[in-house]
Design a protein around this ligand. Structure first.
Ligand SMILES: Cc1cc2nc3c(=O)[nH]c(=O)nc-3n(C[C@H](O)[C@H](O)[C@H](O)COP(=O)(O)OP(=O)(O)OC[C@H]3O[C@@H](n4cnc5c(N)ncnc54)[C@H](O)[C@@H]3O)c2cc1C
Length: 310
């Protein structure tokens, strides 16, 4: 890894390149072992250079935003984690179009849009992710999703070219886009909102925040909903009906407040969370015949293959 560190520092000299960085510090679960290398680009060019070097050297890499939908193995990640976050978070507003770098937080974009009298992004104001991560996940809440407002994304493609892809080519669906399978890295996005009254927009954002605070276990580390919503049903409801409210493996627990969330009560390991996910899937399948699918992305060096839990 020494060699790759030197190459990355040379190719992207404005980026931060750290070694053996604990992923606990970079995931909302507060779980995860060390990444061999942790690279934080501050420009699109630096991000492109980092990915190019990894590709040319055949070193595995994984791009993250705020790590709010992520479980990293206790043994960590062998390769380079590229974090596109605060150092790439510029936002500009021109008429009803918001241009943001991929690392801009949804909450910050929502506040800027509100102040500019732009409506239509209230749904995203409480989702604790970057807009890059949200494009990949087609993040959504309270009847809205990124697909409703996304105009296009600027990506680094497989051939290390930076290009703009219209939203309609991303096949955005429920927590789905073709971005990962195409090997694209999101560098920036454009959103189209509608003119609205700033006070009304603010009230809507506050309303949604209250709903989140009353229903979600925001006092404990988590990665949000652990499972995708099965067609015509709710993961939390199925988990509750299977008698799993509060069920725990080590310090990983099905939230007492919202059964769709898995929370870290303090010292949960990634293996605890995996064990709990597996147990929940098995018990819900037994009770209802429905196979839950994890929404959380799992990465790193596991003792077993993660396919087991599908
Ligand atoms: C308390 C809580 C509440 C939540 N509520 C919601 C909710 O209401 N609705 C919802 O949809 N989600 C919710 N989430 C989940 C999460 O916030 C979203 O999925 C969010 O969009 C993830 O963004 P991120 O920047 O944290 O991405 P990460 O978790 O860092 O990454 C998620 C995925 O996106 C990829 N990715 C990230 N950035 C890039 C990039 N620039 N280029 C290419 N790939 C990238 C990663 O490789 C990974 O596959 C919640 C999470 C928490 C902790």
């Amino acid at each position: 890894m020494q060699n790759i560190v030197a190459l990355l520092r040379e190719a992207a000299d404005t980026a931060e390149i750290l070694e053996h960085e604990s992923m606990k510090r970079h995931t909302t679960f507060r779980i995860g072992g060390p990444a061999d290398v942790f690279a934080v680009p501050d420009t699109e060019q630096a991000a492109a250079q980092i990915i190019r070097v990894c590709r040319e050297c055949g070193v595995p890499y994984y791009v993250i935003g705020n790590g709010s939908n992520l479980l990293v193995a206790d043994r960590g990640y062998r390769g380079v984690i590229v974090q596109i976050y605060r150092n790439m978070s510029e936002i500009a507003i021109d008429g009803d179009v918001v241009s943001a770098q991929a690392g801009a937080m949804l909450s910050v974009i929502a506040k800027r849009a509100q102040a500019a009298g732009l409506a239509g992004f209230e749904f995203a104001s409480g989702i604790p992710g970057t807009v890059g991560g949200a494009a990949v996940m087609n993040a959504g809440a309270y009847g809205g999703e990124l697909r409703d407002v996304l105009v296009d994304v600027t990506v680094l493609d497989r051939d290390n070219r930076i290009r703009t892809v219209p939203a309609r080519e991303l096949q955005l669906g429920y927590r789905y886009s073709v971005i990962p399978q195409n090997g694209w890295i999101v560098l920036a996005v454009r959103l189209r909102l509608q003119p609205g009254d700033p006070q009304r927009i603010l009230r809507r954002m506050e309303e949604l925040k209250e709903q989140r605070v009353s229903k979600q276990p925001l006092d404990l580390p988590s990665a949000g909903s652990a499972f995708k919503r099965p067609p015509g049903n709710f993961a939390g409801k199925l988990i509750m009906e299977a008698g799993l409210r509060g069920f725990a493996v080590g310090d990983a627990q099905v939230s007492e407040k919202h059964c769709g969330f898995i929370v870290n009560r303090g010292q949960a390991t990634a293996q605890d969370v995996r064990g709990l996910i597996e147990a929940v899937i098995a018990r819900v399948r037994e009770q209802s015949g429905i196979s839950l699918e994890p929404e959380i992305r799992m990465i790193g060096e596991w003792t077993e293959t993660i396919e087991n839990i599908k």
